[in-house]
Design a binder for this molecule. Structure first.
Ligand SMILES: [Zn+2]
Length: 276
């Protein structure tokens, strides 16, 4: 299993969200590798100046973890995107309502153009999140796709309960550009604790029906989901009435394709080689 959407944080911010805490959980769940997001700037303790350099340093000894950077919306994009590219990261995690930027404002539009040029994946939080709705209305992603037809995007929570049909519409609407927009299946299976993003097995099945099993990427939303929630989600996914190959695509195959990683568990082989 190769999973998306792992937020890593320094121990000073949250000690159950460190790389070691994640890897302890990953080991018990059979997770071979993951895409890990840098902290957002407001999550940094005073002792850490740069969230992307912190993450790069943490990942340097852990080759099965792929990094995505984050941006400071108070600073111009160009140098930040360049730094993220130079650090070897493969994408950027963007959270409009939490980071307080307009999804299609001037700052963000410059970000997308630079990311498309650099070949970085844009991983968006989409779903109600207690900020002005018109600043992060998912339909703005259709504008982003039209302006940046090359930009690869993952729409997390597929917009959540209130918006998932709109988000599927965006994926369908832009499919003539190629297979480069994805639904992020993360935190969408807990009707009690995450009801605003809940899709349920039926909603996830709608996603597969509308856009195809090759457009769905499972993510943990660690540390907001810890071991027991993750086990529960995986139970639900493995019980879906889908062909086994479609479940494999959801649980890592599509993400590896998106990142150009080989499908034959390279990290596992590398670990095997390192074992005396
Ligand atoms: Zn997240």
């Amino acid at each position: 299993m190769f999973v998306n959407h792992v937020h890593l944080l320094p121990a000073a911010t949250r000690d159950d969200a460190t790389p070691d805490a994640f890897l302890r959980m990953a080991d018990t769940l059979g997770i071979e590798g993951a895409v890990c997001f840098a902290p957002f700037t407001k999550q940094l303790p005073d002792s850490i100046a740069n969230q992307n350099q912190w993450l790069a340093n943490e990942l340097s000894s852990r080759p099965h973890l792929v990094g995505y950077g984050t941006l400071d919306p108070d600073k111009p994009p160009r140098d930040q995107v360049k730094e993220i590219t130079d650090l070897g990261f493969r994408g950027i995690k963007l959270h409009g309502p939490a980071q307080k930027f307009h999804l299609f404002g001037d700052w963000a539009r410059e970000v997308y153009a630079l990311m498309a040029e650099a070949g970085l994946v844009a991983d968006f939080h989409l779903g109600v999140h207690w900020h002005r709705l018109q600043e992060y209305n998912p339909l703005l992603c259709d504008e982003i796709a039209h302006e940046n037809p090359e930009l690869r995007m993952v729409f997390e929570h597929v917009g959540g309960w209130a918006w998932y049909r709109q988000v599927l519409a965006i994926v369908v609407n832009n499919s003539h550009y190629g297979n480069h927009l994805y639904g992020g299946i993360a935190s969408v299976l807990d009707a009690e604790n995450q009801k605003f993003w809940y899709l349920g097995p039926e909603g996830v099945a709608d996603c597969r029906w509308q856009i195809g099993a090759d457009r769905l990427i499972y993510g943990l939303d660690f540390p907001y989901n810890q071991q027991s929630q993750t086990e529960q989600e995986l139970r639900i996914i493995r019980n879906l009435d889908w062909p086994a190959e479609d479940i494999d695509l959801l649980l890592g195959g599509n993400l590896k394709n998106l990142l150009g990683l080989p499908q034959d568990h390279p990290a596992q082989q590398q670990n095997d080689r390192e074992t005396p």
